[in-house]
Ligand binder design. Sequence first.
Ligand code: C2E
Ligand code: MG
Ligand code: MG
Ligand code: MG
Length: 288
Amino acid sequence: EQAQQVGGPAVIVDRGQADRYQARVRLGRRLRDALERRQLSVHYQPVLDLKSGLLVGAEALARWTDEERGPVSPAEFIPLAEALGLMPSLTRLVLLRANRLASWASEQLGRPLRVAVNISAGELHAPEFTVRAERFLAAYPVAASQLEIEVTEQTLIQALPRVGAMLRALQAGGLSVALDDFGTGFSSLAVLQQLPVNKLKLDRSFVQGLEDDPRQRVLTQAVIDLAGQLDITVVAEGVETAGQLQLLRTMRCDQVQGFYLSRPLDTQTFQARLHTWPQTMQALLDQS
Ligand code: C2E
Ligand code: MG
Ligand code: MG
Ligand code: MG
């Protein structure tokens, strides 16, 4: 990297760094425009119940295709949206679409299907979050029963003293709360019973070790058993192989989500496949 020193050792103008900064500023501007024009889309990854083989929910995942760069990963544009204060409008867009899809799917299936929306750390910590959530649920009264919010283990533990009561109030109104990326936050299992959560999502890193690491299986079984006793539903995320699916079934994990079952799907494809999951699930279980 070509570095140029100006004045003293404290001020270093790095050409590569400056270019990357400029590119990020421009990308941020295009993200803001795209959001204003509602050009972001939402994909939905099916969540399947292991016992019944039924589709029980879906996770809504934001997607953005930038005119210049093509598809940009959420790992890049979510932090950018956070930094630019765009998360409230991004989340609102995702919530509206998710709510619409959940209504449609629940009606089609004749039973409730919950769509989960990710809530970032910054939003959960923001003092306005409660007001925003209450306003949304007042405007869309059925939303509470067909939506779920996902907050990561780390985010929730950090924000708990302040947001615990608020989440309980939302739960009382019918909203489901899921603890995302569980197993990455180093919180003890004992803390689970104090958390306002209906669901626990076992992180992909957990699932990855299942086939090769016996200790990982012991740990996973302990989490599944404890969650069961606390009436918390366990979802394994990032299920990529037949072996993982089979193990999770014998371990009595409640629900599964992952590429082995389905990639996140655009709305049309999700809708087209709505009724096929029992057969798909049966075929996958037969193979495993
Ligand atoms: P997450 O909430 O943990 O979402 C799961 C991620 O894992 C998704 O990545 C999904 O496509 C991916 N995934 C699902 N199954 C598999 C699998 O079997 N193998 C592998 N390797 N990956 C799998 P995605 O869509 O790229 O999103 C990444 C993260 O970005 C999400 O992690 C979430 O934290 C964040 N994100 C995405 N959309 C939104 C949103 O609308 N709002 C907020 N706040 N965050 C979002
Ligand atoms: Mg998630
Ligand atoms: Mg997750
Ligand atoms: Mg994860």
